[in-house]
Design a protein around this ligand. Structure first.
Ligand code: BES
Ligand code: ZN
Length: 470
């Protein structure tokens, strides 16, 4: 891409593209609002048609932007959207990955307004998906639209892979990627589905945790039993489940499943020092949630525990009578959904087997206990000195006037490791949300300023990546 040698450092992108972005600000904001009105919840089957509609919407947008080979690909669960803008002969090819599905909106009564009726107020977009991840998709679309308006094309060849199943474990795309190597020839992958650091400090994520999601079912009898008639003579499934769950994590916060930590790559002293050097304050973090106290595995800092150590959390728990008042029963059954967040080099399948065997071993007598796998994804760790990562750092610095920090995130993007290990491509995690954006919670939001600057980072990033080849 052309950039005059005398251009001042304060001019992060081509003036014609900047002018196009300024002229299109309102239209781009409306595009995000329109996209976010589609309730594309991947985890709830009743929204399957809406996920498909979001896929079609996105396919149409790509076609409008002049993408070729646009395809909305059906899978056993939710669609994948593919398309290419390959107009830079000889330049590197970059895969852009984001997801157009969103998390459920419950508890709906805690939303200020309807979650599917997004709006802009006080410099923020508010609505389900505006941050995670539709806002970031629209930043990518807006960057291309502005290049087009300025009579230009992206300086690198772009291959778009958008999925509708990220919030549900990415099973379909995990299988599809290695089966479609031929149309995924590339030099790097840019994933925009992460956040900046605390306080909206621009950041590049170098580590994501993996996940293993499972359910434990404890069954006693076909129906609830009278707790007076039968109490003291049979096993109570809720009590049994509580015992099982209580045995999984010790008082020191360490997970008790035998072999659980076997494959965890130890943090080096240098890595610990880099994490400790980040501008992070435990008290500010605590107060921002807000909770009474921060707790976790002994011997590790808060940032280490959230980004570089594995965890085990119960996500849901149900059994017996939960209405108002009282009912004297021994529940027929009890259930828990739980997930472990994994770090390099833990393997979700291996962790599941270890959990299942341990649960079977400690299960109290008199009930039938089964553990089943729901979904999983590998952890990922990117070297921060990779040229593509450094190109992203320069793009961020050009737009924000300061270099980004490098962080490890506690969340998961399952296909990151598939791009890295399955396709052998370097991945740059360049996302533009604020960490406190209420992702997965009521009143999800995105700063309009991050939306605008993120779009400019993307425009600049294509130039920086193109320059690598030269
Ligand atoms: N965007 C998040 C991942 C993320 C969270 C990145 C926090 C950086 C900071 C993503 O959409 C997500 O929430 N993923 C799920 C994946 C799971 C359902 C397999 C997650 O982490 O819970
Ligand atoms: Zn996301």
């Amino acid at each position: 891409m052309t950039e005059s040698a005398t251009a001042p450092e304060t001019q992060p992108i081509d003036p014609a593209v900047e002018a196009a972005l300024q002229a299109s600000a309102e239209a781009r904001a409306n595009t995000l609002l329109e996209f976010a009105r589609i309730p594309s919840v991947s985890a709830q089957p009743e929204f399957a048609e809406d996920v498909a509609r979001a896929a079609e919407w996105l396919g149409d947008r790509l076609r409008t932007l002049g993408a070729t080979d646009v395809e909305v690909i059906r899978t056993a669960i939710h669609p994948i959207v593919y398309g290419r803008i390959h107009e830079a002969p000889g330049a590197p090819t970059v895969i852009v990955y984001c997801h157009f599905d969103v998390q459920p909106v419950d508890p709906i009564d805690l939303w200020e307004t309807a979650p599917w009726d997004p709006f802009v107020r006080d410099g923020r977009f508010v609505g389900r998906g505006v941050a995670d991840d539709k806002g970031q998709i629209v930043m990518h679309l807006g960057a291309i639209e502005a290049l087009r308006a300025a009579g230009k094309a992206p300086a690198v060849n772009l291959t778009f892979v958008f999925e509708g199943e990220e919030e549900y474990g990415s099973e379909s795309l995990t299988a599809w990627l290695p089966e479609n190597r031929d149309r995924l020839q590339a030099d790097a992958v840019v994933i925009s589905d992460t956040a900046y650091f605390e306080g909206n400090l621009p950041a590049i994520t170098i580590g994501l945790r993996g996940i293993m999601y499972a359910q434990i079912d404890v069954e006693l009898s076909p129906v609830d039993l009278h707790s007076g008639q039968y109490g003291g003579t049979v096993q109570n499934p809720a009590n049994a489940l509580a015992k099982i769950l209580a045995s999984l994590v010790g008082p020191d916060g360490r997970i008790r499943i035998p072999g659980f930590y076997d494959d965890v790559v130890a943090l080096t002293d240098e890595e610990r020092a880099a994490i400790a050097a980040l501008p992070f304050d435990d008290e500010t973090y605590r107060a921002g949630i807000p909770v009474e106290a921060l707790v976790g595995e002994a011997g590790w800092s808060t940032l280490e525990r959230k980004g570089a150590r594995p965890t085990l959390d119960v996500n849901g728990l149900w059994s017996g009578f939960v209405g108002e008042g009282a009912k004297t029963i021994i529940p027929a059954h009890a259930h828990a959904k739980l997930s472990t967040r994994l770090v390099a080099n833990q393997d979700p399948a291996k962790v599941f087997a270890a959990l299942r065997d341990f649960v079977a071993e400690i299960a109290p007598p008199g009930v039938r206990v089964t553990t089943h796998y729901i979904h999983g994804g590998d952890p990922s760790l990117t070297p921060m000195d990779h040229p593509a990562t450094q190109a992203a750092a320069r793009a961020i610095e050009a737009v924000y006037g300061a270099p980004p920090v490098y962080i490890r995130e506690g969340g998961s993007i399952p296909v990151t490791a598939v791009f890295e290990n399955g396709l052998g491509l370097p991945v740059v995690l360049a996302g533009f949300c604020q960490p406190s954006c209420n992702a997965h919670a009521p009143n999800e939001w995105l700063l309009v300023d991050n939306f605008e600057r993120g779009t400019r980072v993307i425009v600049r990033l294509w130039d920086e990546l193109a320059a690598l080849r030269a």
